[in-house]
Design a protein around this ligand. Structure first.
Ligand code: NAD
Length: 463
């Protein structure tokens, strides 16, 4: 007798997700709308738990928890509900002369069964935002939250079970590297990964075995360029806010500042002042300032401070994982501070002769996820954007560009592959199938053998 096929637990849950995809339930617009609404309802019912989990994992202030995590997902769901019908419609395309009479279009079909792996820094948003795209596009999903934000990972699971049950439509798998690797050994129709560049490479390697497409939302060192012709007070405030939001643990946080030498001193002064205005003279006591995720990251950041001269902050408390908003000058460019993504509240400030030198500096390094330029001169800003590649960019502000669902968000080169949010999310979880429809009438004989002796007609049609 043949042994019955026994699947390991991960293979079994992947197979269940595939079976759900095959059931074709997800193909209908109404089904997707209902699931998006169920997700919102489950979130609203657990809001207090989400706030508490984010506080426990990252000391996240309520404004940041709502703005960048909970409210961010509500906005994403509402935007999707508003536009989904249109996104699902066939996108009409003109067809070439040789095809006529015919009509052409692209129609979105769900990629199928997808794996979403998320990091710890926005542990709620980054698990659920891709999921909104997966639901919208009609995919099933397995979500693996980050083990480093365990309270949030638990709430994510509770919410998804409350919204979708446990029938294989959306499944949460908890765990760390091992769980992630076991999942990556399975065959998926898309792997959507948010995390570090190093792990992103491993994810892509694993996916390549199955020829699975990947979206990689990675990190890097996002530069901030400050021209001499700028509003220093607003510039300083916007850099300080974007840098120290979530205690600097933001993939698009300004990693370092390249400032025109003529305004370096006043910019440092304005940033020192902005830190005090935003967080008080003792940021440790501020209810609006977060904490570092783990003791390991805390120790890493404390050691990175050796790469420059501390001109603001610098205080660290290991027990509470507190690290002050810190500005550094006289930076050693060969130190890990300037060689690795900082991902914490340390901001190196580097003086450059002009914006041209700043552009050259960024171009000698891997393409960043974001680039910020502060200047009153639109021509100079245009010059920077034209010459310096980056995943996304802002002129005269930081990090806020992520909030526009009409602007797909993603990296380039080492900072990532693919972009999402809004229709971008729907599109990355879809296959845009090109279709041509022909009538039976007008079946021109010229295309069939025996072919005409002369190529004249073909030459006229094709060039
Ligand atoms: P990470 O790469 O260490 O972990 C991300 C996820 O991958 C986690 O779920 C983890 O369990 C899993 N993982 C870790 N090692 C693995 C391995 N060897 N094989 C398979 N899976 C593995 O990243 P992190 O420390 O959680 O997050 C910080 C990084 O994420 C930073 O580089 C940051 O810039 C980046 N990030 C990018 C974005 C973006 O949208 N581009 C957003 C947030 C964070």
């Amino acid at each position: 007798m043949r042994e019955p096929l026994r699947l390991n637990p991960v293979s079994a849950l992947a197979e269940r997700a595939r079976a759900y995809s095959r059931s074709e339930k997800t193909l209908d617009y109404e089904f997707r709308v209902q699931k998006l609404k169920a997700l919102e309802a489950a979130m609203r019912a657990s809001e207090e738990k989400i706030f508490a989990a984010l506080k426990a994992d990252l000391g996240k202030p309520p404004h940041e928890a709502f703005g960048a995590e909970i409210g961010f997902i509500y906005a994403e769901i509402h935007h999707t509900l508003k536009h989904l019908k249109r996104w699902m419609k066939p996108r009409k395309k003109p067809v070439s002369l040789v095809l006529l009479p015919a009509t052409g279009w692209q129609q979105a079909e769900p990629l199928g069964t997808t794996l979403i792996i998320s990091p710890w820094n926005y542990p709620f948003q980054l698990a659920l935002s891709p999921l909104v795209g997966a639901i919208a596009a009609g995919c099933t999903a397995v979500v693996k939250p980050s083990e480093l934000a365990p309270h949030t990972a638990q709430v994510v699971e509770e919410i998804l079970v409350a919204a979708f049950g446990t029938d294989g439509y959306v499944t949460v798998v908890q765990g760390g590297v091992e769980a992630s690797q076991a999942l990556l050994a399975e065959k998926w129709d898309l792997v959507f990964f948010t995390g570090s560049t190093t792990v992103g490479q491993k994810v892509m390697e694993a996916a390549a075995k199955h020829l699975t497409p990947v979206v990689l939302e990675l990190g890097g060192k996002s530069p901030t360029l400050v021209d001499e012709d700028t509003d220093l007070e607003v510039t300083a405030r916007r850099i300080v806010w974007g840098k120290f939001y979530n205690c600097g643990q933001t993939c698009i946080a300004p990693d370092y500042v390249l400032v025109h030498q003529a305004v370096k001193e006043p910019l440092v002064e304005a940033m020192q002042k902005a830190i005090t205005t935003l967080f008080g003279s003792d940021p440790k006591a501020s209810p609006d300032y977060g904490r570092i995720i783990s003791a390991r990251h805390h120790a890493r950041l404390v050691s990175l401070m050796k790469g420059g001269k501390v001109v603001a902050g610098g205080q660290a408390d290991e027990a509470s994982k507190y690290l002050a908003p810190t500005l550094l000058t006289d930076v050693d460019l060969m130190h890990p501070l300037m060689q690795e993504e900082i991902f914490g509240p340390l901001l190196p400030i580097i003086e450059v002769p002009d914006l041209d030198a700043a552009v050259r500096f960024t171009k000698e390094r891997p393409k960043p996820l974001a680039l910020y330029v502060f200047t009153r001169d639109s021509k100079k800003a245009e010059m920077v954007l034209k010459r310096a590649p980056s995943g996304g960019a802002m002129i005269n502000d930081t990090i806020m560009h992520i909030t526009a669902p009409e602007l797909p968000f993603g990296g380039v080169g080492q900072s990532g592959i693919g972009a999402y949010h809004g229709q971008g999310s729907f599109d990355v979880f879809s296959h845009l199938k090109s279709v041509v429809k022909k009538p039976f009438a007008m079946d021109l004989k010229v295309r069939y053998p025996p072919y005409p002796k002369s190529l004249a007609l073909f030459r006229r049609l094709l060039g």
